[in-house]
Write a protein that binds this ligand. Structure first.
Ligand code: 6GU
Length: 230
């Protein structure tokens, strides 16, 4: 199997250094995933490596100018392979486990990370003439840039790529939970600082344990995420 290619374009490629750690680092060593972070400034042509300018129409902040992005896509997108470009933006569609699942089936992903007040919209329109394009947000809050959001999405996507997680049971167990939050977990010791592990988990009675876990999932979901119930 060809490795899944995941690239990121950013003015702070160092944000992606963390992807060399842990499971994702191993997945790259095993050639399941090929990850590469690019510095957008490599595609500037002026002495100051300018990537932003003031917005047409006025307003606060700066907008990322289109030319460096255009050159980056011309180099990274090839006519030979199908690519999906993900623009990170708080104005995007919500990221979800379902979207992670869908993106984990792709052969080539490119995360285009905006900073400042965003990227000139023509960059998105241009990329859409060469690739599948999505504008994606990780939640209803504002980050200074898309890098941390891209790292979160890359981790969620990568662990769904076959072979990346040794124990594929952890993946099936998660999907069994369909729609509800995970039940609480415990390990040894059975008593710690006067706090005891729930008796049922020590009983070895698997039907009772399953029943208890389902109840806990439901109770936790009602408390923490009532919007998920129905
Ligand atoms: Cl993808 N980018 C930025 N800058 N802020 C965000 C976000 C993305 N998702 C939520 N907030």
């Amino acid at each position: 199997m060809l490795p899944v290619k995941i690239e990121a374009i950013s003015i702070f490629p160092e944000f992606f250094d963390v992807l060399g750690l842990s499971l994702l680092g191993k997945a790259q060593e095993q050639d399941l995933i090929q990850f590469q972070a690019h510095d957008l400034r490599a595609w500037t042509e002026d002495k100051h490596k300018t990537v932003d300018d003031s917005p047409y129409g006025g307003g606060a902040g700066m907008v990322m100018k289109p030319e460096p992005w255009g050159r980056a896509f011309d180099e990274i997108l090839s006519a030979k392979e199908a690519s999906t470009v993900i623009f990170t933006t708080p104005a995007g569609i919500p990221f979800s486990q379902a979207l992670a699942q869908e993106l984990s089936q792709k052969q080539h992903l490119i995360f285009a990370c905006g900073r400042y007040e965003g990227i000139d919209q023509r960059v998105v329109d241009y990329a859409a003439t060469k690739a599948d394009v999505l504008e994606v947000s990780i939640g209803d809050y504002v980050l200074n840039g898309g890098e941390v959001a891209a790292v979160a999405m890359i981790e969620a996507i990568s662990r769904l790529i076959p072979g990346v997680i040794g124990n594929s049971e952890s993946l099936t167990e998660e999907s069994h939970n369909a729609g509800l939050l995970e039940y609480p977990s415990y390990t040894k010791p059975s008593s710690w600082r006067s706090l005891d592990v729930p008796e049922v988990l020590l009983s070895g009675h698997h039907a009772e344990i399953d029943k208890w876990r389902k109840e806990q999932s439901l109770a936790r979901t009602k408390k923490n995420r009532p919007d998920l119930i129905d």
